[in-house]
Every structure is written in structure tokens, then in C-alpha cells.
Write a protein that binds this ligand. Structure first.
Ligand SMILES: [Zn+2]
Ligand SMILES: [Zn+2]
Length: 278
């Protein structure tokens, strides 16, 4: 199973020489699972680049595990070339709103004039939406998926994908305790439990969290604590703050690598274009 990062940025896409090594596209990670259709975590602006590697002749079949509906996780969808072709099929899984509205309803209500030139239902490819919350299900022949609601702002899932004994957990946006302490929900621990790779929110420095403690995210220190607590083997720092230049990501990584060595977790910082072979 191969994991490729197409967008690693949180909140909003960004551009400039100061972020060119890690990249400026928002959340999107591709999973290439032998014998199965491709899977993506999230539909941020990185999805456009994932789409460039897929067939655009109507033969595309794929699945998306959407964590939640914030812009940085959905803005790539209207620019995903494969679904602009008749015959393509795209299944999207994600959590419904607290009032019962499904991800399909909300996306259809926002991808339409005047916010976008055409309605989502007029896209030539076929999209199917599936509500998941605390749900275990199978994709394709033999890909096991575990979805669990995790703390963020609004209904948000984390996911764990397991194939052939290898597993990757994806918790892109994860609120740590407001008081800065280290504790996690049962659902988050279940997703990460002993996984080969954890891709986790690391949006804030401790100093930033002090003023943004209710914004739905966590520190890199929390990410490495959680990885160790749940027995993850490797941790990818992810959802980089748009203000975090490459050198500042390097600084964050250096500090967390030391903490990871102390706790027995290998740490790296996710960058656009990087592929990890599990
Ligand atoms: Zn986000
Ligand atoms: Zn969010």
C-alpha cells in the first residue's frame, strides 16, 4: 500500500518561495492499494493533482474518505478532472451534520450558482455520498475502513485503513484538550492503535495554541504524545499552518523528532509529492 501526499496544508492554500519545499495545497492524501480502486483522504486543493494522475476518459473509479466539510478539505472537488467525464464513478464517505443533513446535501447546496458556475448534480461523472460516523465498513475487495468521530469544530471523522496487515490512520483536524493537557477520546485511540503510519494534525506551536485553544487543532507535541500513547510506529506531521514557512516546519520537526526518539516514534513532516510505501 502506497501513501502519497497531494496537499499537506491546513486552513487555506498558500503559495510562495517560503513554502515551496513542503507545499501549499490543502488536505489530500492518496492511497494506492494493490488490486483496488484508488482511495483519497479528503478533497482539499491537492485533489486536483491527484486527479491529474487518474484516467479522464470516464473509466475512473475511486473512493474518498472525507473528514469534514471545512473548505480546506472540500475545495478541490469541483476541480477534480475525472468526475468531469461521463462514466466516472466516485464514492464519497463522510459524517452527517448534527441536524441530519448529509455530506451530499451540503456539497450540493454549496457547489452551485452563485458560489460555483454549475450545480454539482450537473457534473458528468457519477458521485455517490455515504454517511459514516462511528462506522466500520469495507471498500472494494478487501480494504477495511474504520471511521470514528473525533473532536474538532463540527462533526468530524478520523479514519483508519487496513489492507493486508498494514494500516494507516488519518486524523487531519483534531482538537486537543482546551487546557493543553494530554488526553484523547476512545475513538481516536481506536483509530491509531498500533498503526504503521499516523497522519496527524500538528497545526500549532505551544505558544500559538495558547491563543487558539478552541480552534479545533492541536500542537505537534500532542500529536507525538498521542502516537506514542496508541502505539503508532511512524508519525507524519500534517495540516501545516499556512503561516508556517519551510524553515519553521524544519524547526518544529527537529524538536518533535527528539521527543519522538524519547517516546519510540519515528517522526517526519508531510510534504507534497512524498510517497511512503507501507
Ligand atoms: Zn482542516
Ligand atoms: Zn477543519
Amino acid at each position: 500500500m502506497k501513501v502519497t501526499f497531494y496537499g499537506v496544508r491546513g486552513s487555506t492554500p498558500c503559495n510562495g518561495s517560503e513554502i515551496e519545499r513542503y507545499g501549499g495545497n490543502t488536505s489530500c492524501v492518496g492511497l494506492d492499494v494493490p488490486g483496488n480502486d484508488p482511495i483519497v483522504f479528503d478533497l482539499g486543493t491537492g485533489l486536483r493533482y491527484f486527479g491529474m494522475k487518474q484516467p479522464s476518459d470516464g473509466s475512473f473509479r475511486g473512493h474518498a474518505l472525507l473528514t469534514h466539510l471545512h473548505w480546506d478539505h472540500t475545495q478541490g472537488l469541483p476541480f477534480f478532472a475525472p468526475i468531469l467525464c461521463a462514466g466516472a464513478e466516485f464514492d464519497v464517505y463522510g459524517p452527517p451534520q448534527e441536524d441530519g443533513r448529509s455530506i451530499g446535501e451540503i456539497l450540493a447546496a454549496t457547489i452551485r450558482p452563485p458560489l460555483f458556475p454549475i450545480e454539482l448534480e450537473r457534473f458528468p461523472g457519477r458521485m455517490r455520498f455515504h454517511d459514516v460516523s462511528d462506522t466500520d465498513f469495507t471498500i472494494g475487495a478487501d480494504v477495511a475502513v474504520k471511521a470514528r468521530l473525533i473532536p474538532h469544530v463540527g462533526p468530524t471523522c478520523g479514519y483508519r485503513v487496513t489492507w493486508n496487515g498494514r494500516s494507516v490512520a488519518y486524523l487531519s483536524d483534531h482538537q486537543m484538550p482546551y487546557d493543553g493537557s494530554m488526553a484523547a477520546s476512545q475513538g481516536a485511540l481506536e483509530l491509531i492503535d498500533g498503526c504503521d503510519l499516523l497522519i496527524h494534525d500538528s497545526q500549532y506551536l505551544v505558544s500559538e495554541f495558547a491563543t487558539k485553544s478552541t480552534w479545533g487543532h492541536c500542537t505537534a507535541e500532542f500529536a507525538v504524545w498521542l502516537a506514542a500513547e496508541a502505539g503508532a510506529k511512524r508519525l507524519a506531521l500534517y495540516h501545516h499552518d499556512p503561516t508556517r514557512g519551510d524553515d519553521a516546519v524544519d524547526d518544529m520537526l527537529r524538536a518533535i523528532t527528539l521527543e519522538g526518539q524519547r517516546l519510540g516514534v519515528e517522526v517526519f513532516a508531510a510534504s507534497e509529492g512524498l510517497t511512503i510505501d507501507l
